[in-house]
Design a protein around this ligand. Structure first.
Ligand code: F6P
Length: 356
């Protein structure tokens, strides 16, 4: 057996676990070889790669990032992209390319499969928004990093009687925000799934402070949006791949809280800290299971499939089923999070807060 492997899109703790596991499965179970393409599909299109062996993969399990590098380049950005992928597969004598990536990458896997090329997908994203898999690796690490940060922010918020707004990743969904908000005991959590009313946010905070708790932690997913017509949000920048560069809603929420309630408010944007460094044990294990399962899929000729976690079992799903829609935060999680949020005292307008 000969497989190619690449990592695409934003990096994510646990990618190296997938690579290491796939290499071991190919070498040990099949006596085969692995071609590691650099920087996602760029390495396939420009023939930049390295041979991956069990030896080469020693020591990478606890390392964040990806030893192969990543990018948002993909074949369909150029007219002859799919042919170039086919040529690379033929040149290296590959049974398939295993592509580890998020929703965008799974879309590419689906398109290549439709074009008759041998590909298998492995789902990856710290946002945990990929459909058809109950969990993606990287997510638990991100949640832990956010929870640790929130634990630290509580004591400084309390010391200064401040509102501290914590902006976390989650461009379309609020899985990280809801899990970290719940684990960290946030006073309020704002997610893309439920547009927020800034007046209600302020009422809740003032209500809480009137009860004698003079500090609040507000967790905001970077993709959280206000109810239409309630707050002007600047258009995000777009990078050279057409990918919106999010980040900034946390500052806006803090500034509105300060302006409307008079309570001192600051923002912490956790940003790429959430994606860096050592994966937690769960992500190493899930990444390893996905790596082995992807090689099994190639061995079984299950092309055009994505490996996934369902009911704690590793399964295969047609990659077509996983693209075009996202896994949003479900009602049970939203309800549980809401139960621990500061209640809305109701009424119209925002009363200003004073301790006198
Ligand atoms: O999709 C995963 C993610 O971490 C998002 O939460 C975030 O918006 C995005 O990647 C940031 O990507 P980049 O580092 O390329 O701007």
């Amino acid at each position: 057996m000969r497989i190619g492997i690449l990592t695409g899109g934003g990096d994510c703790p646990g990618l190296n676990a997938v690579i290491r596991a796939a290499v071991r499965a190919v070498e040990v179970d099949h006596g085969g070889e692995v071609v590691g393409f650099h920087d996602s599909w760029r390495g396939v299109l420009h023939d930049e790669w390295e041979p991956l062996t069990v030896d080469r993969c020693r020591g990478i399990l606890p390392r964040g990032g990806t030893i192969l590098g990543t990018s948002r380049d993909q074949p369909y950005q150029q007219p002859d992209g799919a042919e170039l992928v086919g040529a690379a597969i033929a040149r290296h004598g590959l049974d398939a390319i295993v592509a580890v990536g998020g929703e965008g990458s799974m879309g590419v896997v689906n398109d290549l499969h439709q074009d008759g090329l041998p590909v298998v997908g492995v789902p990856k994203t710290i946002d945990n928004d990929l459909a058809e898999t109950e969990m993606t690796f990287g997510f638990q690490t991100a949640v832990q990093i956010c929870t640790d940060a929130i634990d630290r922010l509580h004591t400084t918020a309390e010391s200064h009687d401040r509102v501290l707004v914590v902006e976390v990743m989650g461009r379309h969904v609020g899985h990280i925000a809801v899990w970290a908000g719940l684990a960290g005991g946030a006073s309020l959590t704002l997610v893309p799934e439920e547009p927020f009313d800034i007046e209600e946010v302020c009422r809740r905070i003032v209500g809480r402070h009137r009860l004698g708790r003079f500090a609040s932690i507000v967790v905001v997913a970077e993709g959280a949006v206000p109810v239409e017509g309630t707050l002007d949000v600047p258009e995000p920048e777009v990078d050279r791949w057409g990918h919106e560069v999010l980040g900034g809603i946390g500052h806006q929420v803090a500034s509105e809280i300060k302006g409307r309630t008079g309570i001192e408010s600051r923002t912490t944007v956790l940003g790429h800290v959430q994606r860096g460094g050592t994966p937690v044990a769960f992500d190493r294990v899930l990444g390893s299971r996905f790596g082995v399962a992807a090689v099994d899929a190639v061995a079984d000729g299950a092309l055009g499939q994505m490996v996934a976690l369902q009911r704690d079992r590793i399964v295969r799903v047609p990659v077509a089923d996983a693209v075009g829609h996202l896994k949003t935060v479900d009602r049970e999680m939203l309800r549980t999070g809401a139960l621990f949020s500061s209640p809305d005292p109701g009424g119209r307008g925002v009363p200003r807060f004073s301790r006198d």
